[in-house]
Design a binder for this molecule. Structure first.
Ligand SMILES: NC(=O)c1ccc[n+]([C@@H]2O[C@H](COP(=O)([O-])OP(=O)(O)OC[C@H]3O[C@@H](n4cnc5c(N)ncnc54)[C@H](OP(=O)(O)O)[C@@H]3O)[C@@H](O)[C@H]2O)c1
Length: 243
């Protein structure tokens, strides 16, 4: 059991091994949180993030779980609480992102997107509410939740649902727990994207540039430090949600 004396508490970050999730782990750790780093397949990267955090004097424990499996999702928080005596921050960041339109989406793809991007955060939110006295949940959404671009229909529907869960759970879990969302725009190209992916898309962003992961962690810091904000979705997207 890891003790949490003299820290801000413990933050569980799903999909924390790389990219945006990794940056969130490192940033929360430098703000004084002990990190429960969840990952699925990226074991080597997760170990590297844990090593970096420990070298900087922080604490990080690893939790490998497949969040497409409801039973595994349901046991993640109980497992975190076996290692840490409390948990006061949950960042629902893990996600899958595959192309599909309504006419060609296989039901299995719809199920997969909803399992990882919506049902797992829902299960984790419910577990957090029942096992943690107070705290803050941050859901990582997507700038496109306000539009109806159909190229990633299953993904977009799952993120729209997570946006609604953000608002609904902010009401139900208040005043003990705040729930907020961050909707990133163009931060990283998908891992399998062709070279030039971001450059091709920045033209449509009102601020005419892509964002960087430091702006996401800056927004997390703002949300963490403002105890009178709940149920908000902050678009980190150069204005893309407006068009
Ligand atoms: N990248 C962007 O510019 C952008 C734009 C808009 C919104 N977002 C949102 O921001 C968040 C982070 O984006 P990202 O691009 O950094 O994410 P990502 O690399 O696409 O995925 C994050 C993590 O999700 C985990 N994951 C996938 N399937 C899983 C499963 N079955 N069980 C458990 N974990 C699973 C993976 O963990 P393992 O690697 O360990 O398997 C992966 O590292 C996501 O919610 C995404 O929708 C990102």
């Amino acid at each position: 059991m890891v003790r949490e004396n003299k820290t801000q508490g413990v933050a569980l970050v799903t999909g924390g091994a790389k990219r945006i999730g990794k940056a969130i782990c490192l940033s929360l750790s430098s703000s004084g949180y002990k990190i429960a780093l969840h990952y699925h397949k990226s074991g080597a990267q997760a170990k590297n993030v844990a090593k970096t955090i420990r070298q900087r004097g922080g604490t990080c424990e690893l939790f490998p779980f497949d969040l497409s499996d409801y039973n595994q999702a349901a046991t993640l928080i109980p497992n975190v609480l076996k290692k840490f005596s409390r948990l006061n921050v949950l960042v629902n960041n893990a996600s899958i992102f595959e192309p599909s339109t309504i006419s060609n989406t296989r039901l299995t793809s719809l199920d997969d997107h909803f399992a990882v991007n919506f049902k797992a955060p829902y299960i984790l939110t419910a577990a957090f509410a029942s096992k943690c006295k107070k705290g803050h949940i941050i859901n990582i959404l997507d700038t496109h939740i306000t539009d109806n671009q159909t190229a990633h229909a299953a993904y977009l529907l799952s993120k729209k649902a997570l946006g609604e869960l953000t608002k609904l759970s902010a009401v139900e879990l208040a005043p003990r727990i705040r729930v907020n969302g961050i909707a990133p725009g163009l931060i990283f190209a998908p891992e399998r994207a062709k070279p030039g992916y971001l450059e091709k898309l920045t033209g449509r962003v009102p601020l005419k540039k892509n964002g960087d992961v430091g702006q996401i962690t800056q927004t997390i810091e703002f949300l963490m430090n403002n105890p009178y904000v709940t149920g908000q979705i902050i678009f980190n997207d150069g204005g893309e949600h407006l068009i």
